[in-house]
Design a protein. Structure first.
Length: 417
């Protein structure tokens, strides 16, 4: 028996055993872990705004109910509906605040049950009036009440709840309200008022999350422009720390006598794995440039950008040229009015000519070619051209109905450094 525990994941970020299947690397993994801890990338502020809007609409609906008090044949069900809605709304807000911007499954289910009861009681109270759209108050506020969960639950769950609410309104209107040119506009307006807030909330939150994640990805990628010519990736520190801890545990276990010598086959296999990973870390950065890590470790660029740099020439670019090249590629990929799965960018550096004209200051010329697909030249943002100009002298053309840019990049001769 030995006390040394096999690490759950190796230093290359691969989780050992069954947990390794389906794992996600890089930024996506970090964002998922942050969301699991309750962090919502700033969407908590959207939730506060949704809560304020829901509260304002509830006050408006309650004032309408009080103003029409005398018209209700039996206001008791509507009163109960309002009391139940206010209780559920406040309880949900308090619980989410205590739990740290999280909404467990059980609480979400209870909240939906309360919303359903509010709608049923409100319909019961106004059914004899034969005008659901004209007298619905608590049930409409219940639709706004779904907005407070759009930042904490999946969009499909919220949309499903809003859809069921819309179906309930449609059925109630069809069964109780005479439809004519006078009542139809009111029914449609009330139906939209009950269903659309949650749907719009889901749309806004999804767009906000996508924007924030895109900016986070951009910031992480931008950090590579100041790296040395050959460097390890952005996650290297975390991987090396994990390797150091695993090796330290093994050595400490052997030194303390908890792990007897010679090592058993399982522990020896772990030690060999650690040694192999250490050697990989020592050599992995010798041919990988900042641009390789910027592309491979980016959630957006890694899917659509192909890099060809056999001579590791990207490392010779100065910080300004690096920033210009990275910004140009980023703008080419993100500057689109609608998502395009076919848009790609290929960056080719080199090969350098055997004999080329000597540039001022004993500089050398690195040819950089950017070829694209599904990027029309007339749709390129002017900021893209400004970024390309920072890399070097360029000429643009069209290849297969898409943009092609040839750049002459002047860099200091590494032989003189």
């Amino acid at each position: 028996m030995t006390s040394f525990m096999r690490p759950e994941e190796n230093t290359l970020g691969v989780i050992l055993g069954r947990r390794g299947k389906g794992s996600t690397p890089g930024v996506a993994k970090a964002l998922r872990q942050a969301s699991a801890r309750g962090a919502t990338l700033g969407t908590g502020y959207l939730g506060i705004g949704a809560g304020v809007l829901s509260g304002i609409e509830a006050l408006y609906g309650l004032s309408l109910f009080i103003a029409r008090w005398q018209q209700y044949p039996n206001p008791a069900p509507v009163i109960i509906a309002w009391l139940l809605y206010i209780t559920a709304f406040v309880a949900a807000l308090v619980t989410m605040s205590v739990l740290g911007d999280r909404l467990p499954h059980w609480l979400f289910a209870l909240y939906l049950i309360a919303i359903g009861a509010v709608v049923a009681l409100d319909f019961w109270g106004i059914w004899p009036l034969h005008d659901i759209g004209g007298y619905a108050t608590a049930s409409v506020s219940a639709g706004f009440g779904l907005m407070i969960v759009v930042t904490l639950r999946g969009g499909r769950e919220v949309l499903a709840a809003a859809g069921l609410l819309g179906i309930a309104f449609l059925v109630a209107i069809a069964l109780s309200t005479p439809l004519n040119e006078t009542t139809i506009p009111t029914q449609i307006g009330t139906l939209a008022l009950a269903v659309l807030p949650a749907a719009l909330g889901v749309y806004v939150v999804r767009g906000f999350r996508r924007m924030v994640q895109l900016e986070l990805d951009r910031v992480l990628v931008q950090s590579t422009v100041s790296a040395p010519r050959f460097a390890v990736g952005m996650l290297a520190s975390e991987e090396l720390a994990r390797l150091d801890l695993a090796a330290e545990d093994l050595l400490e276990s052997v030194a303390a006598g908890r792990t007897p010598l010679p090592l058993d086959p399982k522990t020896a296999s772990v030690a060999a794995s650690l040694a192999t990973e250490l050697r990989l870390h020592l050599i992995e950065g010798r041919r990988e440039t900042w641009l390789y890590h910027a592309v491979s470790e980016s959630e957006m660029l890694g899917k659509s950008v192909t890099l060809t740099d056999r001579g590791s020439l990207a490392g010779l670019l100065d910080p300004s040229q690096r920033d210009g090249l990275l910004s140009a590629v980023w703008l080419l990929m993100s500057d689109t009015t609608k998502p395009s799965t076919s848009r790609t960018v290929q960056i080719t550096l080199g090969p350098m000519a055997a004999f080329s004209d000597r540039q001022p200051g004993n500089q050398i010329t690195i040819p950089v070619v950017i070829t694209t697909t599904d990027v029309p030249r007339n749709r390129v943002d002017p900021a893209t051209w400004a970024s390309i100009a920072r890399v070097g002298r360029y000429s643009d053309s069209t290849q297969n109905s898409s943009l092609r840019v040839d750049i002459e990049c002047f860099v200091d001769n590494p032989a003189d450094q």
